[in-house]
Design a binder for this molecule. Structure first.
Ligand code: CP
Length: 346
């Protein structure tokens, strides 16, 4: 199939990219990782370019991997805390001399630099599902420079690209490896659906055998799971939904147990009522990845997590710090995969 050039493209979700294009991101990411390890300078790639990073939420990995990555590529990443600039807002949500319309912010920043990256989910949008994603699209509508999604309420494509890069690095191939994305308990429900949704998009697009596991009430966006079934069919992989963590872990090559909030209950949270969400969490405290649970998967199965992980709740210390855990390689690969994205689209 004829592919479009990657130059100038927005990076909002991996749904916008073909398997071949995702493989190009991975190839370039591995090449840049090798160059970094060998001390080979590659600062000509984005020399004198500027990336504006607008954060509405906190971050350790995303901010620092983008900043370090951009330095290594010869450019500069500007950190913009949304409450320290005139907070970018859409029509109807503006406050005089406190916010600035997204269309204006986007058109100003494109006069100075080369790409805009945005992180927005949860509290800034009152947990109304899809609203943060619509901010990404609004930025993209008003600029010709690439918009990079650093995590919204639907997608975290940088994390997902990194996840499959790490699996490929560890297992040598993606095709027909069993990848289990599972819900896990945490005392905090303030976690978007972006990581699991993007992980299953990436894994199904790349031909993995994907199992999506969660207790009743924690189903992902049906529009996305339906799309994943189609991606799996096209790529030669498979996609199944399970409501049993133990059954899902059987014969797994990769397990990714992680907490997220209930999409249905976020509708009530947005109206100020989190009692249903809290009840659902209390009922499912046994969804935890300890060594006994990990032992159900293949002996050499990988344990993955986007981090930060809630130790002692989502996962035991033994698993997180054990020999099957690849979490720090995964965190490291954030920088290499994002350098590939920036190099190709900017
Ligand atoms: N995984 C991830 O996006 O980490 P941060 O929230 O620290 O950026």
């Amino acid at each position: 199939m004829q592919t479009k050039s990657l130059r100038g493209r927005d990076f909002l979700t991996l749904r916008d990219f073909t398997e071949e294009e995702i493989n190009t991101f991975l190839d370039v990411g591995f090449d840049l990782k090798r160059r970094f390890a060998m001390g080979e300078k590659h600062s000509h790639l984005l020399e004198d370019k500027s990336l504006y990073m607008v954060f509405y939420n906190q971050s350790l990995r995303t901010r620092n991997s983008f900043e370090s990555g951009m330095t290594q590529l010869g450019g500069h990443a500007h950190f913009l805390a949304s409450d320290k600039i005139y907070t970018p807002a859409v029509e109807g949500e503006e406050k005089a001399y406190s916010t600035e319309r997204v269309s204006d912010v986007a058109r100003v920043l494109e006069r100075y630099g080369d790409a805009i990256a945005i992180r927005m989910y949860g509290p800034p949008t009152g947990w109304v599902y899809g609203k943060a994603n619509s901010y990404m699209e609004e930025f993209a509508r008003w600029t010709d420079i690439p918009i990079l999604n650093m995590e919204c309420d639907k997608y975290h494509p940088c994390q997902a690209l990194t996840d499959i890069m790490t699996v490929k690095e560890k297992l040598g191939q993606l095709k027909n490896k069993k990848f289990v994305m599972s819900w896990a308990y945490s005392p905090s429900y303030e976690k978007p659906l972006s990581v699991p949704q993007s992980a299953i998009i990436a894994a199904t697009k790349m031909g993995m055998d994907v199992v999506q596991a969660q207790p009743k009430g924690f189903e992902l966006d049906e529009e996305i799971t339906d799309a994943c079934a189609g991606y799996a069919e096209k790529s030669g992989g498979s996609f199944e939904v399970s409501y049993d963590m133990e059954e899902a872990f059987e014969d797994a090559d990769v397990v990714y147990p992680k907490c997220w909030g209930s999409k249905a209950e976020f509708e009530n949270v947005a109206q100020g009522d989190d009692s249903g969400m809290k009840k659902l969490f209390e009922e499912n405290k046994d969804w935890k990845c300890d060594q006994e649970m990990l032992d159900i998967a293949k002996d050499d199965a990988l344990y993955m997590h986007c981090l930060p992980a809630d130790r002692g709740w989502e996962v035991s210390n033994e698993v997180m710090d054990g020999p099957q855990s690849v979490i720090f390689d995964e965190a490291e690969n954030r920088m290499h995969s994002q350098k590939a994205v920036m190099s190709l689209v900017m």
